[in-house]
Design a protein around this ligand. Structure first.
Ligand code: HXC
Ligand code: NAP
Length: 287
């Protein structure tokens, strides 16, 4: 979608960049000329992904192990990125954890685990990078946060994730205003269903995705393609979106609106029934 050098000279750090959507977005950024740091907890996964990305894109990728729950590890990861590439321009907060579970089955530690990865992890990275950019007086920097549409609707069975993503969205909008004076932009993307091993195979094992018919909830009747998300993310971190600040952009085929729409059940009405309904309502009006 973007011109081929849209991200030339940009250095982007992608948390959770070794797998799933983080990996797909990073791969596209590299093809647009960016240099990338991918971080997560698993060294072997990061190194394998980095070498595959170098082969497929000829881009420069630095894998750095970092648990985003630990502020000191985040500071070390930032230093490693700056030492290697000389600077960092963009932070993509993508790392997350989630359980699909009745809330009463969650232990206090399970609840904390999700809040710590998603909310505290995003806070840790944003605070460390923000302080660094402010101290260096580095402008034209970007923080892009991956949230979910239930950040604003809430959702049963994923309560810790919904609470944490809502907090991330509040931080996005708050800092978009507070830190704009430092030349920083803060935005978010809320993806709908995009098949990944982490979100689908692990959260819904076996034939659950088929049995629950996840795509039936999507008006466009399909899951998202990773490239579609990568296109949007590339735009949001590029200078082409320089005036977009404090925004959350949904990319979900209309999923959350279908659930929110009070009359969505009318999808089940057949065409011939619409004819009948029209006749009947007109007849009532005329009487
Ligand atoms: C309930 C669970 C559980 C489960 C673990 N726990 N799995 N509780 N249901 N399925 C409990 C454990 O018993 C433990 O509590 C606590 O959670 C911490 O478990 P650990 O295994 O020690 O945690 P950790 O090693 O830090 O691993 C974190 C993780 C892991 C979240 C459990 O799976 C992970 O990192 N996943 C990352 C991948 C991921 O989740 N991706 C999905 C993102 S998708 P006790 O009390 O026993 O000590 C997304 C949006 C999807 O966010 C939207 C569509 C649905
Ligand atoms: P994923 O592949 O499981 O991605 C999660 C990544 O986060 C993994 O690379 C994981 O790596 C990393 N991570 C987890 N805990 C971490 C920690 N403590 N420190 C550092 N990294 C950590 O799942 P995904 O589907 O691509 O999800 C990516 C993002 O999209 C998430 O923010 C998710 O909430 C969002 N999202 C996805 C969907 C979807 O349908 N796929 C829908 C809505 C939103 P390690 O385990 O190696 O640490």
């Amino acid at each position: 979608m973007m011109v081929s050098d849209a991200l030339a000279d940009k250095v982007v750090v992608v948390t959770g960049g070794g797998t799933g959507l983080g990996r797909s977005m990073t791969e596209y950024f590299l093809t647009l000329g960016a240099k990338a740091v991918i971080t997560s907890r698993k060294k072997d996964v990061l190194e394998k992904t980095a070498s595959e990305m170098r082969a497929s894109t000829c881009g420069e990728v630095l894998p750095v192990v970092c648990d985003v729950r630990n502020y000191e590890e985040v500071e070390n990861m930032l230093q490693a990125a700056v030492s290697h590439f000389g600077k960092v321009d963009i932070l993509l907060n993508n790392a997350a954890g989630n359980f699909i579970s009745p809330t009463e089955r969650l232990s206090p530690n399970a609840f904390d685990t999700i809040i710590d990865i998603v909310l505290k992890g995003t806070k840790n990275c944003t605070l460390a990078f923000g302080k660094h950019w402010i101290a260096k007086k580095q402008e034209n920097t970007v923080v892009l946060n991956i949230v979910t549409t239930y950040a604003w609707t809430g959702s049963p069975y994923v309560v810790p994730s919904a609470m944490a993503k809502a907090g991330v969205l509040a931080m996005t909008r708050s800092l978009a205003v507070e830190w704009a004076k430092y030349g920083m932009r803060h935005n978010a993307i809320a993806p709908g269903p995009f098949p990944t091993t982490g979100a689908w195979t692990r959260l819904m094992p076996g034939d659950m995705p088929e049995r629950l018919d996840v795509v039936k909830q999507v008006p466009l009747r399909r899951a998202g393609d990773h490239q579609e998300l990568a296109n949007l993310a590339a735009y949001m971190i590029s200078d082409f979106s320089a005036y977009v600040n404090g925004e959350v952009i949904t990319i979900d085929g209309g999923e959350w609106l279908q659930d929110a729409g009070q009359l969505a059940f009318l999808d089940q009405v057949k065409p011939e029934e619409w004819d009948l309904l029209e006749k009947m309502t007109k007849a009532v009006k005329g009487s």
